[in-house]
Every structure is written in structure tokens, then in C-alpha cells.
Design a protein around this ligand. Sequence first.
Ligand SMILES: NC(=O)c1ccc[n+]([C@@H]2O[C@H](COP(=O)([O-])OP(=O)(O)OC[C@H]3O[C@@H](n4cnc5c(N)ncnc54)[C@H](OP(=O)(O)O)[C@@H]3O)[C@@H](O)[C@H]2O)c1
Length: 266
Amino acid sequence: MEKRFICRNVLVTGASSGIGRASALRFAREGANVALVARNRERLSAVAEEVRALGVRGEVYLADTSNAPEIYAAADAALADFGSLHAVHCNAGIYLRRPAKDLTTADISRIMDTNFYGTLNTIYAVLPYMLRRGEGSIVTTVSMDGKKGVPPDAAYVAAKFALNGFLQVLRQELRGTGVHIGAVFPSRTDTPQIAHVACPAVTPKADPAVVAKAVADCVYYRRREMLVPWLPCKLLVLADAVSPALGDFLVRQLHLSGTQTGDPVV
Ligand SMILES: NC(=O)c1ccc[n+]([C@@H]2O[C@H](COP(=O)([O-])OP(=O)(O)OC[C@H]3O[C@@H](n4cnc5c(N)ncnc54)[C@H](OP(=O)(O)O)[C@@H]3O)[C@@H](O)[C@H]2O)c1
């Protein structure tokens, strides 16, 4: 594997599981030191061990990203320990599968707190530093749910659409500053977050390692957006832009909602 991030320092939120774990390991394999952020010490420490086994630094910073002082303190501590931060992967997120008619505003706030405000907290924790340096890359795991609403994910979709809109504006405002803003839009991915959702063979869950490669490519090539997997996601976005009725039809025909097979594990 090419080592594109030797002597680079990368902070990953939600690094204790799924896509964040895969991203931390991907950056480490490519030579980066990794600052790992999440709430669960045990799981995060286990991933840090895996990172260190690849011959780079892997340090643990416990923080709830929806709590601004916690993630600010984590980012400051990582900066102090590593001396610099070249890239941040804003990835921490939670999922709620519940029909819109059954949602409470408390449900929606909980999802917004982590998926929207938690991401913004992470961005604002590092942005002044990157702007002062005139370099850096901030890449966020959004979701294809931030491109096309899929039932029964209304609360999650709302947070991811909000994130997509915010990031579109931020990247344009930061043009010319040296700070790159990227967004990765994975379709369903095989992680604990959706272990209770079965997907049909026509739209299988992606491997988190494939998403992690897209994140690393997004940082390296300073891409605006990465869809994972690209072709089916692009076709869905184009179909929905031409006709929302066609977009809805594809969601139904391809069973993009999947089927709930049990209780959520996270
Ligand atoms: N799986 C999919 O199908 C899919 C598809 C598209 C996008 N995504 C997005 O990808 C990202 C990662 O999800 P995943 O599928 O890898 O899920 P996952 O395996 O459940 O991992 C979620 C990670 O986020 C952390 N986390 C959750 N809330 C947090 C908070 N408030 N503060 C800090 N860390 C927090 C969790 O660690 P702790 O519990 O230890 O804090 C964990 O490390 C999420 O943004 C998700 O929405 C997932």
C-alpha cells in the first residue's frame, strides 16, 4: 500500500468502531499518526493498540462530540501531544430507524446533537488552527441519506441533509484559504450501527475499509465529495434530480430501506 501520509497527524472521531476504526487503520497503514476520539475507553484503546501495531502513534482522547468543551479539549490535547494536525475526519454518528409519524422532537434533537452539532463542534475545534496555518483537511462522513431521503430514517436524514448543506457552503467560503473541506457519502455500510438492518443482495452493505479508502483519497486529492459506491449512488442522485418521483421509485424498487431484523446493537 502507498504511504501517502508519512509524518502526518490525523484526528478521527468515532474511531472506536465501524467506519472510524477502518479510517484510523487506513491512515495508520499509510504512515499517519492517529489521534482517536470517542466515548468508550475500552473500545477506543483496543483500536489505538491496532494503530500502534502498524508502527505509528495512536493516542486516545475521550470526548462526546456533542459536548463542545469536551471535543475542544480533546482537539487541543491532540495538538499539544502531536505538535500539529494535518487532517481531521469528522465521523462520530448515531442512527435512528423510526417512521417520521412516530418521532418525537426529543428523538430528533438527540440525532441532531451528535450527527449535526457534534460534527460542527469538531470542525470549530480545529478550524481556527488550520486557518492560521493556511493548510489542513477536514473530511466528514455524511451519508447517502444526506443526498436522498430513505424511509424510515427521517431524523437521521434531516441531520445528514443539514450537514451536507453546511459543508457545501463552508467549502466554498474557505476556497483559497488552504483549508480543504470534503464530504464522504457512504451508502449502507457493514458496521454495528446497522447490524439490525438487512439489505437485499442488489444493494449489499459496503465494507468499512472501502469507505475508509474514500476518506483517505478525499484528504489526499482534496476532493469535494466522494460517493461510496460511486456509480449506483451517482445514478440515484441524478435520477432524483431529474424526477423526485423516479428517485422515490428507485428507493422502493431497490429496497434501499432494508429490513429490520432485530434490535439496534448501538
Ligand atoms: N453504517 C452505515 O451504513 C453508514 C452509512 C453512511 C454513513 N454512516 C455514518 O458513518 C459514521 C460512522 O458510523 P458507523 O456506521 O461506523 O457506526 P458505529 O460502528 O456505530 O460507530 C460509531 C462511532 O461513533 C462514536 N460515537 C457515537 N456518538 C458519539 C459521540 N456523541 N461522541 C463521540 N463519539 C461518538 C462511537 O463510539 P462511542 O460509542 O465509543 O462514543 C463509534 O466509534 C456515522 O456518522 C454514520 O452516520 C454510516
